[in-house]
Design a protein around this ligand. Structure first.
Ligand code: C5P
Length: 403
């Protein structure tokens, strides 16, 4: 997995800094070229000479940064990097990263790096558990950084706790499982993803909606972004945090979703409609809260059809654009899905059976049958929405290739 990859290893002030030498060697043995950044605090525990000799590469420290040779060393290193690993990452380094500081060579390089990032914390257990550190950890996760769990065991302070630097072999094993290097099959492509259940207003305090959590659409947005696409996520309200780096367009109703999609679609290469769009909306939305009175034992709502967005998109779709739909069905799954694919001129449709409680709406898992315009079908196993999203993006990229 590391064959030919450029790994930047940032080492901060920690007793565990000496273990980073073994980590650097393990990464090299796995095929990576490793370049090391030492914080000022790290340089009090380990020396640049150790890492320069091990990696056969210059080591960047605060004292070698900003020379009068015209090099912008932190940006040069950031651009070179395929994977950035901070290990050991002290509480201070995590705080710098989480807050976007660039006040030393380690944080400036990190901030300038667009490559996937992994933090391997190492600190005293109380420092690890401190609210501020946990807040910084969450921020890093929200920014798309992978934060490994520190190990539990003997600490340098003489007592046991959680905060130990994991063994280098464990770190490499965990990194290998992360699939950090996603093939950039959508590089240069612009992809719109819609997500969540639309809300159709009845009155200022009530709306009609559905059980969609938005998880599938958010997973597709993240997978498309990981594959190198520029992603616009048009989203109905959800409880989810959008993937870092995607452009988020919040909408509520089907009409707003239709307008957001139709204005952006001409500039896009692909559209994935994962939103659960209401089929009907109230004929009129009341200006004031609908009141119950002693006479109205029944309230009759009149609904009208919403615009079918994919059908509208089909009318303006160019031959080099790809559209992907979802079909959530409770019966006759494949027959209904096939009909949708044709009526909406889709290239790909992911059909799922929402009558099953273990998959579909709100669940973390899903199982879909992909149906393509050429009639081919393949069914995924029941798996996470992330895996389904990756499978969908792979098919989307392959279809775009043929356009
Ligand atoms: O609701 P239906 O099962 O027809 O949805 C199939 C696909 O069509 C989904 O991808 C959904 O996002 C999209 N859709 C749409 N406009 C609607 C209803 C659904 O684009 N009004």
């Amino acid at each position: 997995m590391f064959e030919g990859k450029h790994v930047t290893l940032t080492i901060s002030g920690s007793v565990a800094a000496y273990k980073a030498a073994t980590l650097a060697r393990s990464l090299q043995r796995a095929g990576a070229t490793v370049r090391v950044v030492l914080t000022a605090a790290a340089a009090r525990f380990v020396t640049p000479a150790t890492f320069a000799a091990l990696t056969k590469q210059p080591v960047l420290t605060d004292t070698t940064w900003w020379h009068d040779d015209g090099q912008i060393a932190h940006v040069e290193l950031a651009d070179w990097t395929d994977l950035a690993i901070a290990a050991p990452a002290s509480a201070n380094l995590m705080a710098q990263f989480a807050n976007g500081l660039a006040n030393d060579v380690a944080s400036a390089t990190w901030l300038a790096t667009a490559a996937p990032k992994v933090v391997v914390p190492a600190m005293n257990s109380h420092m690890w558990q401190a609210a501020a550190t946990q807040r910084n950890r969450q921020r890093l996760l929200d920014d798309g950084v992978t934060v490994l769990q520190p190990a539990t065991g003997a600490l340098a302070e003489g007592y046991a706790g959680t905060g130990r630097f994991p063994e280098p072999a464990d770190i490499v094993r965990q990194l290998e499982q992360l699939e950090l290097f996603t093939p950039q099959t959508l590089r240069g492509k612009s992809v719109i993803v819609t997500a969540g259940g639309t809300r159709e207003r009845l009155d200022p305090v009530r709306f009609l909606t559905n059980d969609s959590s938005g998880k599938m659409g958010y997973a597709v947005a993240a997978a498309a972004q990981a594959a190198g696409a520029t992603v616009t996520l048009i989203t109905a309200p959800t409880r989810l945090t959008p993937p870092a780096g995607v452009t988020v367009v919040p909408i509520q109703s089907t009409a707003e979703l239709a307008e957001a999609v139709l204005t952006r679609f001409p500039q896009a290469d692909a559209l994935v409609m994962a939103a659960a769009v209401a089929d009907f909306q109230p004929l009129t939305a009341a200006d004031q809260k609908i009141k119950k009175t002693k006479d109205n034992d029944e309230l009759i709502l009149k609904l009208k059809k919403t615009p079918d967005i994919l059908a509208e998109v089909a009318k303006v779709k160019r031959t080099n654009q790809v559209t992907v739909g979802f079909a959530a069905e409770t019966q006759n799954l494949l027959a209904n899905a096939q009909r949708k694919l044709q009526s909406k001129s889709l290239d790909l449709l992911a059909a799922n059976d929402v009558s099953r409680a273990d998959i579909g709406f709100n669940s973390d898992d899903n199982q879909v049958t992909f149906i393509q315009a050429d009639g081919s079908r393949d069914q995924t196993p029941k798996t996470s929405k992330q895996m389904i999203a990756t499978a969908l993006v792979a098919r989307l990229a392959a279809i775009l290739e043929t356009k």
